[in-house]
Write a protein that binds this ligand. Structure first.
Ligand code: GLP
Length: 258
């Protein structure tokens, strides 16, 4: 893992730089898109760069990580609506280029299997943007998720429903209990994973993800098995880490070996 400890305000531009470099190298790249608060700044920067003509998503495709069960796609709280509002409508993806799991399907298991086939047919995800939940989830892989899991139905923890109630006017009971989520095994197949975490609330999950033992108790620890992960954290999210001096030293000298 590459651990970058920096100011929260810089993280969005650093993620946007990764996306832009990939799209310059590979205009038909496949992007993995997270919802939640963590990537919003990066999406703002990318929208500004598209408006300025410095980057284009015209040949790219996108796959969402997860979706609530039972919220229609046009419900503003569905992840489909959120990604449309925060990114898709502000950049120049071709129509239909961004797909997500269908949380309204009558056969949810079949929808999950179909989604896995779509990701595979696109050649897999080149760059996966990730946030991390306070329970240690990535996408919606809550504690006890199989490290080999694929896209499937999951039950959200009470903690995650409380954390996400802010998107439902503070009403925990309005937060769906179930979701569809890419599995940890699915996410581990992405070619590069970029994790964004800011604030003290994420410090324990970040500590486990980077320095903890690999365990279904902290699903984000599965990323230790991923060949290429960049973790972008602010000082607060990094506050539980033991080896920060080493991570800073690596960052300082990394140009010497690139
Ligand atoms: C949410 C989403 C994840 C997100 C994570 C962190 O519940 N399912 O995709 O990365 O939890 O959320 P946030 O970025 O809002 O802190």
């Amino acid at each position: 893992m590459e651990i970058v400890i920096t100011e929260a305000e810089r993280i969005g531009a650093l993620v946007a730089d990764e996306v832009q470099a990939l799209l310059e190298r590979r205009p038909d790249a496949v992007l993995g898109l997270a919802t939640g608060s963590s990537p919003l700044r990066a999406y703002d920067v990318l929208a500004a760069r598209v408006a300025a003509g410095t980057v284009s998503f015209a040949g790219a495709r996108g796959f969402m990580l997860d979706e609530y069960v039972g919220l229609p796609a046009d419900d503003p709280r569905s992840y489909r609506s959120v990604i449309d509002a925060e990114l898709v409508s502000r950049v120049d993806f071709a129509p239909g280029a961004v797909l997500g799991p269908d949380g309204t399907a009558s056969d949810l298991d079949a929808a999950c299997a179909a989604y896995e086939r779509e990701v595979a047919a696109a050649g897999g995800v080149d760059l996966q943007i990730l946030g991390v939940g306070t329970t240690g989830h990535i996408a919606f892989n809550e504690p006890s998720s199989s490290l080999a899991s694929r896209t499937r139905v999951k039950t959200l923890t009470a903690q995650t429903r409380r954390d996400n109630a802010r998107f439902f006017d503070g009403d925990v009971d309005a937060v769906p209990r179930h979701c569809l989520t890419q599995g940890l095994g699915t996410i581990l197949e992405s070619r590069h994973a970029v994790v964004i975490a800011t604030g003290f609330a994420k410090a324990v999950a970040v500590r486990e993800m980077v320095e903890g033992a690999i365990s279904a108790r902290w699903p984000c620890t599965a990323l230790q098995l991923h060949p290429k992960v960049t973790v972008l954290v602010d000082q607060a999210a990094a506050s539980g880490l033991e080896l920060t001096d080493y991570y800073r030293e690596v960052a300082e000298h990394r140009d010497a070996v690139r």
